[in-house]
Design a protein around this ligand. Structure first.
Ligand code: ATP
Ligand code: MG
Length: 422
């Protein structure tokens, strides 16, 4: 990537990097996203690839998704695409559907972020804006770059290219205002920094340190979602270290923070290195596993040294306050609790007190074993145990068994006999 103009961009004079001077090639862009961009363009609208798609392609990374912004209004977009649905209550966005469940999201340029919740639902058209305003309502400079399908250039209103080169996550505007507007941006900052190996600029880092306890002013389900997202792409160790360093572990998971203060981060980093191997292989990690891995060291320190620990009770006691605070859904909570409480059985493979069959029959056997792989995979002894359990567990179906259907009793020809539901 080379920047054709050396002076920094200013809102009214964006830096434009023409095609020969950057590395984004159309063959790296999803063909369906390209179709959408071209159709908008051929109908006279401005059409840009935006957000993480542009950022990741400039860095030579494979984007997770391709989002589009356009001057076309939602109703105009719907007229152009038969496979389109408009969604969103505050802001209308277009979802364009393709084969295999793929969705390309198209938004109209606008002046304010959907996370600005001060004035309630917005349905009028007065939020539509210019490309420049659309860049400014985004979260970080590196997320506000546009790829213009009209001439294949990059448009940079906010000096994002220089931050991309320098490896910096920088808030657009005053971090205090932007984090107050949407506190979840604090977690997004940590997510992008750890994912890309970037650092936070001083003002953004200071903003997080100041406002970290206001994270609860954001929507709680988004807190859980962001934590899971930052752990599942192969950089969970870096993410936890940065979260801890900046004080967000203390604000969100104080129990884990106290444990880290006593025992250090190394135990976590060891377990998370195995989670990261899976994340890097592209394995889709189940959200419960990410959370279970975060809770395990705390759970384990609580049962260590107890004469006859009640594993399930301890797992419940450790998990409950965390699960209440970050609103972990009940089903996920159950899987985490059962899997935590099952770990000692995997360690005790040769111990006659525990029946192998009993754990094999549990609906959560494979889930608990996948947690054991993270916990025990760091030593040769642990890896031997994992292989043995995998061998023992061959053929166990990867889902909870369905309740058995009762067979109809055959009691001779008695057509009038009613079947009694049990
Ligand atoms: P990922 O690789 O995880 O998809 P992304 O940068 O594309 O990263 P998305 O959550 O897909 O992130 O959002 C797409 C774009 O929308 C972002 O790059 C950013 O420009 C904008 N955006 C998303 N969330 C916010 C937010 N909370 N505040 C401001 N802008 C946001
Ligand atoms: Mg994205």
């Amino acid at each position: 990537m080379s920047n054709s103009e050396e002076h920094p961009s200013s809102a009214s004079h964006p830096v434009i990097v023409s095609r020969p001077d950057h590395n984004i090639s159309r063959k790296d862009i999803d063909p369906d996203a390209l179709k959408v961009l071209y159709r908008l363009h051929h109908h006279g609208h401005i059409a840009y690839l935006v957000g993480g798609g542009v950022r990741d392609l400039l860095l030579g990374r494979k984007p997770k998704d391709f989002d589009i912004s356009t001057s076309a209004h939602p109703t105009q977009i719907r007229k152009l695409f038969s496979n389109c649905r408009l969604i969103g209550r505050r802001f209308r966005l277009a979802h364009i559907y393709f084969r295999g469940g793929k969705i390309i999201e198209v938004s109209t340029f606008r002046t304010i972020s959907e996370f600005n919740t001060e004035d309630g639902p917005i349905r009028s058209d007065n939020t539509f804006g210019t490309p420049e305003e659309d860049a400014s309502r985004r979260d970080f400079t590196v997320n506000a770059l546009f790829y213009n399908i009209a001439d294949f250039s990059i448009i940079d209103y906010l000096d994002g290219l220089n931050d991309l080169k320098a490896g910096i996550i920088r808030c657009i505007g005053d971090p205090i205002i932007r984090f107050r507007e949407d506190p979840i941006r604090m977690l997004r900052a940590v997510r992008f920094a750890s994912l890309l190996g970037f650092s936070l600029d001083a003002a953004s880092a200071a903003g997080i340190s100041t406002l970290r306890n206001e994270i609860w002013d954001g929507a709680v389900p988004r807190i859980l979602e962001e934590i899971v997202r930052m752990m599942d792409r192969g950089n969970s160790g870096a993410a936890l270290s940065l979260l801890h360093q900046i004080g967000l572990v203390e604000s969100i998971l104080p129990e884990i923070n106290s444990h880290i203060r006593k025992a250090g981060l190394n135990e976590y980093l060891d377990i998370l290195s195995r989670l990261d191997q899976y994340g890097r292989d592209g394995t889709i990690l189940k959200p419960w596993l990410t959370i279970a891995v975060l809770v395990y060291p705390l759970y384990h320190s609580g049962i260590t040294g107890l004469h006859r620990p009640d594993h399930l009770k301890s797992a419940r006691e450790v998990l409950s306050p965390i699960a209440e605070r970050i609103q972990i859904p009940r089903k996920i909570r159950d899987t985490i609790r059962q899997s935590l409480a099952a770990q000692h059985r995997f360690f005790a493979l040769g111990d006659r007190r525990y029946s192998r069959q009993a754990i094999l029959r549990k609906s959560y056997f494979l889930d608990a074993l996948s947690l054991f792989e993270m916990i025990a995979g760091g030593t040769q002894e642990g890896r031997n145990l994992i292989s043995s359990w995998k061998e023992i567990g061959k053929g166990v179906p990867d889902r909870a068994p369905r309740p058995k259907r009762r067979r109809k009793r055959r009691r001779g020809p008695s057509p009038n006999q009613p079947s009694i539901p049990r």
